[in-house]
Design a protein around this ligand. Structure first.
Ligand SMILES: *Cc1c(COP(=O)(O)O)cnc(C)c1O
Length: 360
């Protein structure tokens, strides 16, 4: 039998989550963020499932290339912008819009204009307090004017910003960022885009013309401590495997590397074909939940490269071949992530190439 480790991608969940985002922001268009290989779910399959989106947000030109090669004709925005002059012909060839967040990009566009470059669509990124990418608010008018004046900047210029803390629904930072953005872009023409997933859920006054959900489309929790199903979002990935051994281990015996876990009594120990070589987090401590035949059981011992061990006292008749779910339907990825000291986003992005991907 081939290795049973499988990531099942639920296309219906992707479509459901897109519909939820649309319903939350009925006046806005949706730029579905598919960076990092569709948050680890597979770029082309995600984009095809989300073909009802008005556009896609990517972090790399290579992703745009793959989307066009897959026949997707929606608008595509390169969220961190282009890196070098040679990227401009690629943007034009692929019909990709670029974010402009830095003077270096502005200079490249001006040099390209001087050489008669053909038009590219642009979005100006405004730094409203996250201090990662974007022009300071007091420079937006000037940047907009300079872009407007360029013959190689096509059509409307978009205006966007990104929130640092949109999942803090009671916090002061997002209202401050919204106010800073509105002041920076006041009077300038062009579509507005502010909201990532948590922005869509928590800050309806900021929906603007385009929302940019990522995590919510994949059914990953976008608000700490709140599970995705609480927002009626469905997990788009189930990571599963099977038991490949069930052993009786005597009281006082130790399980796994470093002999770190001691059996408190004679007990059945399950071994599942899943490890950090598949992208399961090695930091997941004993007690991290898994589902065996749909029943919750705790992980015990250390996560190794190919294998994990499970306390099967809750399912005494568990047998080799029984299905094991590491996260997804029935077990939110954020719950596993909380045990492992990370977030669901990182886990779904970390599945490795040896895992079989299937669609349902
Ligand atoms: C990743 C990203 C998003 C999507 O964020 P989520 O929290 O996953 O919804 C939106 N906008 C930009 C600029 C991003 O980089």
């Amino acid at each position: 039998m081939s290795r049973p480790t499988t990531a099942t991608i639920h296309l219906d969940a992707l479509r459901h989550n897109l519909a939820r985002m649309r319903a939350r922001a009925p006046g806005a268009r949706v730029m579905a963020v598919v960076k990092a290989d569709g948050y680890g779910h597979g770029l082309e399959r995600v984009a095809r499932a989300l073909e009802g989106a008005d556009g896609f947000g990517v972090a790399a030109l290579a992703d745009a290339e793959r989307l066009r090669a897959a026949g997707l004709s929606q608008r595509i925005v390169l969220l961190s912008g282009f890196d070098e002059p040679a990227d401009l012909p690629a943007l034009r060839r692929l019909g990709v819009e670029t974010v402009v967040h830095h003077d270096a990009q502005l200079a490249m566009l001006e040099a390209d204009a001087a050489q008669g470059g053909a038009p590219v669509r642009c979005w100006v990124k405004v730094d409203t307090g996250m201090h990662r990418l974007g022009f300071a608010a007091d420079r937006v008018g000037e940047v907009h004017r300079r872009l407007r004046a360029l013959p190689n900047v096509a059509g409307e210029i978009g205006l966007m910003t990104h929130f640092s803390s949109s999942d803090e629904f009671d916090g002061p930072r997002t209202p401050a960022q919204i106010a800073a953005f509105e002041a920076a872009v006041a009077g300038l023409p062009g579509p507005r885009s502010l909201c990532n997933s948590a922005g869509v859920l928590g800050w309806p006054q900021a929906h603007g013309d385009w929302i940019r959900p990522g995590g919510a489309l994949y059914g990953v929790s976008v608000v700490e401590g709140v599970s995705a199903p609480d927002f009626d979002l469905a997990p788009a990935m189930t990571l599963s495997t099977r038991l490949i051994a069930v052993n009786r281990v005597a009281r006082g015996e130790r399980v796994g590397y470093a002999a770190s876990w001691t059996c408190p009594e004679d007990m059945p120990v399950g071994v599942a074909a899943l490890g950090y070589g598949d992208g399961y987090p090695r930091q997941a401590p004993p007690g991290t939940p898994m589902l065996v035949r749909g029943v919750r059981v705790p992980l015990i011992g250390r996560v190794s490269m190919d294998l994990i061990t499970l306390d099967l006292r809750g399912i005494p008749d568990a047998a080799v071949g029984d299905p094991v779910v590491a996260w997804g339907r029935g077990l939110p990825v954020e719950e596993v992530a909380a045990h492992a000291g990370t977030i669901g986003y990182e886990l779904v992005c970390s599945i490795t190439r040896r895992v079989r991907f299937v669609e349902d």
